[in-house]
Design a protein around this ligand. Structure first.
Ligand SMILES: Nc1nc2ncc(COP(=O)(O)O)nc2c(=O)[nH]1
Ligand SMILES: Nc1nc2ncc(COP(=O)(O)O)nc2c(=O)[nH]1
Length: 534
């Protein structure tokens, strides 16, 4: 029963006169990400083209001709008034005239490759072409996971290949099962650049076939990242502000955290926060928040013992001005508990800093009201055609998580419609934000549902969370203390270890913790258990 809801907040012009096309991009020469961004900007500059959605960014080994650099690949959904052949001319102009591609031989290195994968006319019917210039659907689509995987983020799961009439997701699953080298894809999230090279966080979500043949859902296969909290607030609920305003103390604490964590992990994120977001906590002024976080970020950034390819700096703020200044000071992740809802300029700051990652978190209301907004009743009048993995049926048990998924999808749309690229986004279910104890436990338990969540709105806009990385932040929170009967947050570290272990079992890619030293051990063991990592 596919139902849809009117999707507000999306100002799309009537698009019934425009064709839809799906393009695949690839680059393995020069600054690959910059080449891709330039190609997308050049497409958008054409009056005859509108880039509607972008996929995640994937890195993969070269196919066919192996002796070359690895590729960055992805897909775009565009609307265009051009015909397929006119669109082909436009792609070639961008490849050769504007991005100076030099084709030495087939399947060789390229600054950019733009292929037309699928083309639908104004009525949404697939267009089939096979002449000496152009073949649509792309003739090698079904053998390329570096095209099929990003494409499956942009289309509803029931979207079929025009010739085989089989869902593209089934073609992808068949291909992934072969386990060929070039089918092992990592999705990359840019986190700043040191010198001319961009640093990336790498994630890899694969569909796990359980040993008993059951599908375990999509599990991550790369080491879980530790995000260590450095609260520079006098009133933070969990470490009673010991670090407040003492820069030397903060830096030696950060060095200690890094040496203990990097003993077991390749990389580490340091999350610097100047505003406690405990429900109903008083919020400092923006000037006070800047005074607390900027010097700390600068000190970490300029500390020679903390190399920027191993220690990634995040700023925990919901203020766009603080985010921008923190980026200027060296932060390469903006961690915003409000999902961009507290400050309407946040997304444009993120869009203006394309090498910075953004944590898009779920909450409701504001710091003063969120504790009361925990009513997640299925709104009967609201109709939504949701595609969630068919293993998880739509029951009251999943209602809360599905509603959180929809609300996160609304924030996701607001972000990408304000220029944020999908590949900048890290998702977060917002543990402790507008959720009661049971709901916190439920969203951790149902993280697989959130990871495979997708939905389509009345105007045909579709969003899928497939492959997006997820951060969870349960550390020392009240819902843990309620179970272990521990009033004092800093007594909750051992129980926090249990929660982050379970979170990794449910598919978390990053865990945000206070006690990084001990939690780093729990993460290491959890990765050995759940991801079979050494
Ligand atoms: N991983 C990877 N391997 C590749 N091998 C060949 C071609 C050649 O593609 P073309 O047939 O469209 O020129 N493109 C890629 C690519 O984009 N990614
Ligand atoms: N991304 C993210 N950021 C956060 N920042 C602060 C807090 C509140 O906890 P704290 O005051 O102990 O940092 N929780 C989160 C969280 O769950 N996720």
């Amino acid at each position: 029963k596919s139902e849809v809801i009117p999707h507000h907040g999306l100002n799309v012009a009537p698009s019934d006169t425009w064709n839809t096309a799906y393009l695949a991009f690839g680059s393995n020469v020069g600054d690959r990400l910059q080449n891709i961004r330039t190609a997308i900007d050049l497409l958008n500059q054409r009056k005859t083209i509108r880039v509607k959605c972008m996929s995640s960014l994937f890195e993969s080994e070269p196919m066919y001709f192996k002796d070359q650099e690895s590729f960055l690949n992805g897909c775009l959904k565009i609307q265009t008034s051009l015909s397929p052949h006119e669109l082909l001319v436009c792609c070639k102009e961008i490849e050769y005239d504007e991005l100076k591609r030099v084709k030495k031989f087939d399947n060789g290195p390229r600054t950019i490759d733009l292929d037309i994968i699928l083309f639908l006319n104004g009525a949404g019917e697939p267009v089939m072409i096979d002449d000496e210039k152009l073949t649509v659907p792309h003739k090698r689509l079904l053998e390329r996971s570096f095209v099929l995987e990003p494409l499956c983020e942009l289309i509803p799961p029931n979207f079929v290949h025009p010739l085989t009439a089989e869902p593209l997701i089934d073609h992808l699953n068949k291909l992934s099962k072969k386990g060929n080298d070039e089918d092992r894809l990592f999705n990359l999230v840019p986190v700043g650049s040191s010198g001319s090279t961009v640093n990336f966080l790498k994630f890899q979500n694969v569909t796990e076939e359980g040993i008993f043949g059951s599908t375990l859902g999509r599990g991550s296969k790369v080491a879980t990242l530790v995000m260590a909290i450095v609260n520079t607030t006098p009133d933070s609920f969990s470490d009673s502000g010991e670090l407040y305003c003492d820069l030397d103390k903060q830096l030696s604490c950060v060095k200690e955290i890094c040496s203990q964590t990097l003993r077991l992990h390749e990389k580490l994120i340091i999350d610097v926060g100047g505003c406690s977001t405990r429900p109903n906590s008083p919020q400092p002024s923006e000037e006070e928040e800047l005074r607390r976080v900027i010097p700390t970020i600068q000190a970490i950034k300029s500390c020679p013992d903390l190399p920027s390819d191993k220690v990634i700096i995040s700023v925990d703020t919901y203020r766009s001005n603080v985010a921008q200044k923190a980026i200027n000071a060296g932060a390469s992740i903006v961690n915003d508990i409000s999902g961009g809802s507290f400050d309407s300029s946040m997304f444009s700051v993120i869009a203006a800093n394309p090498n910075v990652a953004y944590v898009l978190s779920h909450t409701r209301g504001d710091i003063a009201t969120m504790a009361k907004l925990t009513n997640y009743e299925e709104s009967q009048n609201g109709k939504l055609s949701e595609y969630i993995s068919d293993k998880i049926c739509k029951t009251s048990e999943t209602a809360t998580t599905r509603i959180i998924g929809r609300e996160l999808a609304e924030r996701y749309f607001a972000a990408v419609n304000n220029g944020v690229a999908r590949w900048q986004i890290i998702m977060d279910p917002g543990i402790g934000f507008a959720k009661n104890g049971d709901q916190n436990l439920q969203i951790i338990r149902q993280l697989p549902l959130l990871k495979s969540f997708s939905c389509t709105w009345e105007n045909g806009e579709h969003v899928s969370f497939r492959n997006l990385p997820w951060l969870v932040g349960p550390s020392r929170k009240k819902f843990i203390g309620k179970i272990t009967k521990e009033e004092n947050p800093s007594d909750r570290d051992f129980a926090t270890g249990a929660v982050i272990t379970a979170s990794i079992g449910f598919g978390a890619d990053i865990v945000r913790v206070h006690n990084a030293k001990d939690c780093a051990k729990a993460v290491k063991v959890a990765d050995a258990l759940y991801k079979q990592l050494p």
